[in-house]
Design a protein around this ligand. Structure first.
Ligand SMILES: Cc1cc2nc3c(=O)[nH]c(=O)nc-3n(C[C@H](O)[C@H](O)[C@H](O)COP(=O)(O)OP(=O)(O)OC[C@H]3O[C@@H](n4cnc5c(N)ncnc54)[C@H](O)[C@@H]3O)c2cc1C
Length: 387
């Protein structure tokens, strides 16, 4: 491991790997990524990894549109196979109002998101496996999809390595040295690395890293369940991701023979990300099963094959924290993505890298500044994570 670097990134989840690649492309000099376990060891590994620009604020829509285009040309732009499946993202809703839909269709259209409004009588054309009720209608994001989150991270890291970035795994950052109000070095369990620029991409552990420079980040780690099912024979032909806004549950394929389902929202269940129960409880499983069976009658004949719990790094307003933070010069953050960071992950690093290099970013990231600007608004649907 090198003993000095122009930039040290803490954490090799999706965001650490993506930022490393973009910084290297931008010519940021020597870059070292320190990871306490291995690539994608944190919540990134368990991500639903859905990519869909279904939001009510421009910054998210722009980032996810850019990420979608990167996924579409992944092999040319980044390299490697990341399991991107683009069969659309289908939101079922009982109203097109923002609070029920979770996305601003006018803004999405103005920013170039391709979508189709699906009338009630046409819903089964998009997803014949669902049961539809009452006045429900739908919105189909034709370019929506999902990827393999581990492969995505590994591919970004491989691209970064080809550009000269060093990834040091099994190295824990334990402190940050400062002098004269600026970062001087990162201290690890494997020695000291001199640097004047640290980016905190430690995801679920980012409060610990921020505390090393006296910053108290308002991120709370909550446990969230995902259920897994055997894929019924009736689902042999894979359709779009089904995002059921009425029952607030989404379901998508997980490989050839399984499906995964989870709630849109999250319940307060604060945990230590190093010591939480990674299983799914009977009650959590039953609650998901009820919602899934309601929307997909064929699932009633499908055995459950368990599930798992992961964690979200929630901020109070559900926006991430991206940019320079605190009084110490050279300390930056890209964390607190609040259960929504996969879709923006491959793109946001380019804009953050531009700012770190002293330039301006094409996408305005000011919504994510910490502390927030006085006129900043929370996501309207802060209680549900976008699914
Ligand atoms: C169940 C689930 C489903 C999701 N579904 C979606 C979805 O469909 N679409 C979407 O957009 N988003 C989704 N997300 C959110 C998205 O996956 C996350 O926002 C994103 O993966 C976070 O990545 P990260 O790199 O910020 O953090 P992390 O994955 O937490 O990575 C942080 C890394 O830092 C390392 N680290 C921590 N502390 C230190 C230290 N002191 N020294 C060295 N290394 C350290 C950790 O080991 C870890 O590898 C989902 C998340 C979950 C949990």
């Amino acid at each position: 491991m090198r003993r000095a670097a122009d930039v040290v990134i803490v954490g090799a989840g999706l965001h650490g790997a993506g930022l490393a690649m973009h910084l290297a492309k931008a010519g940021a000099g020597s870059i070292l990524v320190l990871e306490k376990r291995h690539l994608a060891a944190g919540p990134t590994a368990k991500s639903g990894a859905m990519v869909r620009p279904f939001f009510s604020q421009a910054v998210y829509i722009q980032l996810v549109l850019e990420a979608t285009s990167i996924f579409e040309q992944w092999d040319d732009q980044i390299g490697g196979e990341v399991g991107f499946v683009q069969r659309g993202f289908f939101r079922i809703t009982d109203s097109l109002t923002l609070d029920r839909l979770g996305g601003d269709l006018t803004l999405m259209r103005d920013l170039g998101v391709p979508y189709e409004l699906i009338a009630h009588e046409d819903l089964s054309r998009i997803s014949p496996i669902c049961a539809y009720h009452g006045e429900e209608s739908g919105v189909l994001l034709t370019k929506g999809g999902y990827a393999d989150p581990i492969r995505t991270t590994v591919a970004l890291a491989a691209a970064a390595r080809r550009l000269g970035v060093e990834f040091a795994e099994d190295v824990t950052v334990t402190g940050i040295e400062t002098s004269g109000g600026r970062v001087d070095a990162v201290v690890t369990d494997k020695g000291r690395v001199a640097t004047h620029l640290v980016v905190n991409c430690a995801g679920a552990w980012s409060t610990h890293v921020a505390a090393m420079v006296g910053v108290d980040l308002p991120i709370v780690i909550h446990r969230v369940p995902t259920a897994l099912y055997r894929r019924p024979e009736a689902f042999r032909v894979e359709g779009p991701v089904v995002s059921d806004g009425v029952n607030q549950v989404y379901m998508r394929s997980a490989g050839d023979s399984h499906m995964r389902a989870a709630h849109f929202g999250w319940s307060a269940d604060p945990v230590d990300p190093d010591r939480y129960d990674e299983t799914i409880s009977r009650a959590q499983h039953d609650s998901l099963r009820t919602l899934v069976d309601r929307r997909f009658p064929a699932m009633r004949a499908s055995p459950s094959v368990g599930g798992f719990s992961a964690v979200y790094d929630m901020t109070p307003d559900a926006h991430p924290i991206v940019g320079p933070v605190g009084e110490t010069e050279g300390f930056w953050c890209n964390c607190g993505w609040s259960g929504n960071g996969f879709a923006s992950g491959p793109a946001v690093g380019r804009h953050l890298a531009a700012r770190i290099m002293g330039g301006t970013s094409e996408v305005d990231l000011s919504t994510f500044a910490w502390p927030r600007a006085p006129d900043a608004t929370a996501r309207p649907d802060v209680n549900w994570v976008h699914r």
